[in-house]
Design a protein around this ligand. Structure first.
Ligand code: C5P
Length: 221
């Protein structure tokens, strides 16, 4: 019996690393919903479409194609915008700095939530994001809500960016994480919050393997 596993929480808590490993372990699909909000942001920025210009944003949502393509070498799902892999660009700070202003737009959320529900309709998916257990799949069989101290998160994010040759100060990253967490948890449309039936996982002092085991134990329970 295939299920849906929803992993929500604050920015850079290790959601995607954990979700990816859980999916690989179970032979499930992994869907990074944050990548989809990042892709919309990249699309709007590249075309200089103002975020408040609702008709143009709606038109853009209608035109753009967001898909995931499996990289055979790494086994990872890579985000494609209009058929082109944009995985590296969507992770850059310029996108991180704008994405939470885009993800508050109700039209953006409606379009992406609908697409995410379609992608998970056969179940057998691990989805990570901010509103999976509350809005996208409120009936998910396993729900985890992840948190960690902000400095720990910033240091992990700094390392990830450095590996891609983007060097950002810890202060700038902390500022970005706190700003996003604030915007994400105070927006009107499906704000970031723990679903009543989600288990809390604080990853501040945890290793990836422990996080993965924690989720897998919930699956077999
Ligand atoms: O997960 P990631 O940090 O890549 O997400 C980037 C941003 O996308 C978040 O800060 C949030 O504004 C938005 N997001 C969202 N709902 C989701 C996933 C991401 O609003 N399900």
């Amino acid at each position: 019996q295939k299920i849906v596993i929803a992993i929500d929480g604050y920015s850079s808590c290790g959601k995607s690393t954990t979700a990816k490993a859980v999916a690989a372990e179970l032979g499930y699909a992994y869907i990074d919903t944050g990548a989809m909000y990042r892709a919309v942001t990249l699309y709007l920025l590249e075309r200089a479409i103002a975020f408040h210009d609702l008709p143009r944003v709606e038109q853009a949502l209608h035109e753009m194609q967001i898909t995931f393509k499996r990289n055979r070498k790494t086994g990872r799902n890579e985000l494609c915008l209009d058929g082109v892999i944009r995985e590296d660009e969507i992770r850059q700070m310029r996108i991180s700095n704008s994405v939470s202003e885009v993800s508050v737009i109700p039209a953006v959320r409606h379009a992406l939530v609908r697409q995410q529900q379609r992608m998970g309709r056969h179940r057998g998916v691990v989805m990570d994001g901010r509103d999976i257990g509350t809005t996208v799949f409120p009936d998910a069989e396993v729900k985890v809500f992840m948190t960690a101290e902000v400095l720990t998160r910033a240091l992990r994010r700094q390392e990830e960016l450095a590996a891609k040759n983007e060097h950002v100060s810890v202060e700038d990253i902390v500022e970005n994480l706190e700003k996003r967490d604030h915007l994400d948890s105070t927006r009107a449309e499906s704000p970031l919050r723990r679903a009543a039936d989600a288990v809390l996982l604080d990853t501040t002092h945890m290793m990836i393997d422990e996080q993965v085991d924690f989720v897998l134990e919930r699956v077999s329970a």
